[in-house]
Write a protein that binds this ligand. Structure first.
Ligand SMILES: Nc1ncnc2c1ncn2[C@@H]1O[C@H](COP(=O)(O)OP(=O)(O)OP(=O)(O)O)[C@@H](O)[C@H]1O
Length: 222
């Protein structure tokens, strides 16, 4: 299968440091698969994810999406249409309901559905947000529920690529399991490429592939 996303000799360092966080990284990520990026704290996982999400630029090398370099696609274009990001801190609009969070994201990304409201409600139900919570302010929901809304938002945006930074970091075991199942469904049923950063080995073990960042290099574990 052809790769959805590829890093080509990707090298990155922060200007404040005199050595690269990672160097000459060549990895490829396919549609329909769930990947875990693992590694010790400070190894550069979040930095790597932010490059994949087009939030920062490589120092050397490039990232290709669907056979084209991000430089050519344009980072703004890429972020708007192709990639959807889930942060540990949810990054929802806190003054809005779950439904309005989803509908705003759909408007921003030009996601086209026959009936946006009905579609967004359907997706919220699918991730386990009860009907009585759909119109409540998101700050009245639990951490697990807010994270499910954040995942639902990636589902309505139609972006083929989903990246998530420690999406289960604050959650209990039951919510963690439910979030993993949502990500598995995004990859396996909806054909998205899903890349998670996690420090939890049982979360990583439920992904299709684990890639470990250690000593400035990435290694496939599975
Ligand atoms: N904006 C920045 N400027 C300079 N150095 C940074 C910046 N952001 C991160 N770093 C440094 O880069 C290294 C990698 O950070 P990063 O957050 O990518 O690691 P991580 O593997 O995600 O860590 P954790 O698991 O603790 O979240 C760390 O040493 C960090 O201090």
């Amino acid at each position: 299968m052809t790769a959805m996303l590829e890093t080509k000799d990707l090298t990155y360092w922060y200007n404040s440091s005199n050595q690269p966080l990672f160097k000459d990284v060549n990895l490829s990520f396919e549609a329909g698969k769930l990947y875990a990026i693992v590694g010790r704290s400070g190894s550069g996982k979040t930095t790597f994810l932010s490059l994949l999400a087009g939030l920062d630029k490589p120092k050397v090398g490039d990232i290709w999406y669907q056979g084209q370099p991000l430089k050519k696609i344009g980072l703004t274009n890429y972020r708007r249409h192709d990639v959807s990001v889930v942060f540990q801190a949810y990054n929802l609009f806190t003054y809005m309901s779950p439904l309005n969070n989803l509908m705003t994201a759909m408007a921003i990304t030009n996601s086209q559905h026959q009936d946006d409201k009905q579609y967004a409600t359907e997706i919220l139900t699918r991730v386990g947000i009860a009907a009585e919570d759909v119109n409540r302010n998101v700050t009245h929901l639990s951490g697990g529920q807010q994270q499910r809304v954040a995942i639902a938002r990636t589902m309505v945006c139609d972006a083929p690529l989903v990246v998530a930074d420690e999406p289960t970091g604050n959650l209990d075991e039951q919510n963690t399991q439910s979030i993993i199942e949502q990500f598995q469904q995004l990859a396996h049923s909806e054909g998205k490429c899903v890349i998670l950063v996690t420090h939890e080995s049982d979360v990583a073990a439920q992904c299709d592939e684990q890639i470990k960042l250690a000593n400035n290099e990435f290694q496939s574990i599975i």
